[in-house]
Design a protein around this ligand. Structure first.
Ligand SMILES: C[S@@+](CC[C@H](N)C(=O)[O-])C[C@H]1O[C@@H](n2cnc3c(N)ncnc32)[C@H](O)[C@@H]1O
Length: 271
């Protein structure tokens, strides 16, 4: 599936980010958020991963699809804890290579399939999965409703989907909205809210949590971790990128203090 220039730029940046994420310095930083030794690029914490396990009621009979799977967090963790099979799908291949190595090290390659593909055009013909999950993925892509429709197409009628997503608080002034977009993932904006998207794509919401406070705490932890790893980060990324990163954190924290951002956890089922 053709990507727009902006989507291609994001994929190229992520290929590089996953490559850099192999470094122990970045692993120490990202592990401050996930907390259990996986390489993560979403804001998903271990306690949120536990919530996903609980909401999806996963066990060894389940077949989970994780879209935007990155380097395997939290999909591999969900499979390890529950014994289920997991298919990890993402566009950048570098993250998937890291995930495959982790699955091998954890002796669970027989339960893990890693595929490069676009979630707006899933490479499965029939309903194949009993569960779908994604972590801060819809805010990283343009075709949100196409992806929701595709997830609906490939899940069993009795399946469940759980996911987190970052969005902009409604009813902001133009100036505040601009500020929020500046510190958010590339494609955070939506034409309609998520509940309307569910109605449009065949999903019904069964559970909802506002996890903005946890998101803010994770950002603070990550900012502190970057300060602790300053020397290693400067060596890895260069001084200019390090300084730009510091400014970006300050802007993000300002946006939180003004209540401009939101992060939510949705659990939905096919209708
Ligand atoms: C915030 S990262 C989450 C990665 C990982 N699950 C984690 O929690 O660390 C979002 C991921 O969504 C992926 N993504 C964006 N658009 C996609 C699409 N159309 N199809 C599949 N994956 C996509 C990106 O490549 C990126 O790896």
């Amino acid at each position: 599936m053709e990507q727009s220039d902006k989507e291609r730029a994001q994929t190229e940046r992520l290929e590089n980010d996953y490559e850099v994420a192999r470094s122990p310095t970045i692993q120490k930083i990202t592990n401050k958020v996930c907390g259990c030794g996986y390489i993560g690029s979403s804001w998903t914490t271990q306690s949120e991963a536990e919530k996903l396990l609980k909401y999806l009621k996963l066990d060894e009979n389940d077949t989970l699809l994780e879209i935007g799977a990155g380097a395997g967090w939290p999909g591999l963790y969900l499979a390890k804890q529950s014994g289920c099979h997991v298919t990890l799908l993402d566009i950048p291949v570098t993250g998937l290579e890291i995930a495959k190595k982790r699955a091998k090290d954890d002796l669970m390659s027989d339960r893990v399939c890693a595929l490069s593909g676009n979630a707006a055009n899933l490479p499965f013909q029939v309903p194949t999965f009993s569960a779908v999950s994604h972590s801060d993925v819809l805010c990283c892509l343009i075709k949100k409703q196409e992806v929701l429709k595709e997830c609906r197409r490939v899940i069993h009628s009795s399946g469940l989907m759980a996911f987190t997503v970052i969005s902009i608080q409604p009813d902001l002034s133009d100036r505040e909205r601009k500020q929020a977009i500046q510190v958010s993932p590339d494609f955070v904006e939506t034409e309609v809210d998520y509940l309307t998207m569910f109605e449009n794509t065949g999903w019904g919401s069964i559970s909802y949590e506002d996890i903005t406070e946890e998101f803010q705490r994770s950002c603070q932890l990550m900012m502190l971790a970057e300060q602790e790893q300053e020397e290693g980060l400067r060596a890895l990324k260069g001084d200019i990128e390090f300084e730009e990163g510091k400014v970006a954190w300050e802007l993000k924290l300002k946006a939180f203090s003004k209540g401009l951002l939101r992060r939510e956890l949705f659990v939905v089922k096919p209708i």
